[in-house]
Design a protein around this ligand. Structure first.
Ligand code: ZN
Length: 317
């Protein structure tokens, strides 16, 4: 029997051991290569685009020959104003991509000996970089669609006679949200958040090509899809696969997302649900990519992601 990809040596191409063996200069050089790969790692002024700059090597900064603007390798990227060393930053990325069910900020803070706040913001910046890849994505071919409700847990009362019927919407917290995943069979996925499954149809219209074939379950929210696409349905109360129609790839996404919540994060706050859903989608899409390439993808995306509006100076507010 063939060996599973994740058990093979091909899946392990970058280890923490290697990262920690790297000198700070080597790690720094790696970030320069990623930021300015079109210029062989030599700086390009982010303000005027000039490719000549003075090196202020003692501070790892540059000064543009043309406009005298001072900048560093992380200026204008999601890692702007970083305080962490480049080696630690790289280690954080490796730890982050190695966690199949995500990585808790507390765990990262222990691994890197940094504050919880630092780790929390850093992981969210990495999620933002991952999401950059999904921007403007359009899905084609066979697209599976399904929804899953998360959050808004209501603790049952102690005594049986005081307990309420939590199936009724009046007894719920109103914080429950629906993660909808659209997933190409054998391709990419795209999540978004709505209140109810049926609210997803306008989003589907914006991101799924009209020539696609959609597979969905029996949920009545999906009835509207028939008007726009060739839509196949599968009734899950009867069977999981009906003449090739199934949403098993979407279910496997939810399986990872649920395990991320129950196994790692324990609680995902409502406003951040989209960030975690996006991270999960990235992990699903790249599950067969070796971890070294994954780390480089994330680092590369981070260097191409502008300063975060959500996470810049987050604890100073
Ligand atoms: Zn300049």
């Amino acid at each position: 029997m063939a060996q599973h990809f994740l058990l093979s040596t091909k899946a392990r191409t970058l280890s923490l051991k290697q990262v920690f063996r790297m000198s700070e200069d080597e790690a720094y050089g790696l970030f320069c290569d990623m930021r300015w790969h079109e210029n062989d790692g030599e700086p390009i002024c982010p303000r005027c685009g000039c490719s000549e700059a003075y090196h202020i090597s003692t501070r790892r900064k540059f000064k543009c020959v043309a406009c005298h603007h001072q900048f560093s390798v992380t200026s204008g990227t999601i890692f702007a104003s970083r305080k962490m060393s480049f080696g630690d930053l790289l280690a954080a990325i490796v730890i982050f991509v190695n966690g199949a069910k995500g990585i808790a900020a507390l765990q990262l803070s222990r691994d890197l000996d940094c504050q919880y706040k630092t780790a929390f913001v850093l992981t969210h910046k990495l999620r933002e970089a991952m999401a950059q890849e999904q921007k403007g994505r359009e899905l084609t071919g066979i697209v599976e669609i399904d929804g899953c409700y998360l959050g808004g847990y209501v603790k049952p009362e102690n005594k049986k006679e005081d307990r309420k019927d939590l199936r009724l919407s009046v007894n719920r917290s109103g914080k429950r949200q629906c993660v909808v995943i659209m997933r190409e069979r054998g391709g990419k996925s795209l999540p978004f958040i709505v209140r109810h499954e049926g609210d997803a149809v306008p989003y589907v219209r914006g991101h799924v090509g009209t020539l696609a074939t959609i597979h969905a379950d029996e949920g009545t929210g999906w009835d509207a899809l028939h008007a726009g696409w060739d839509t196949r349905r599968v009734n899950h109360s009867v069977q999981f696969m009906d003449k090739g129609a199934c949403t098993n790839q979407a279910e496997s996404y939810f399986s990872r997302l649920r395990r991320m919540e129950s196994g790692t994060h324990h609680h995902i706050a409502g406003p951040y649900l989209f960030a975690y859903a996006g991270e999960c989608s990235w992990r699903e899409d790249n599950r067969r990519v070796d971890n070294g390439s994954q780390a480089m993808m994330v680092a590369d995306a981070a260097m191409g992601t502008p300063v975060s509006r959500t996470w810049k100076g987050y604890w100073q507010r």
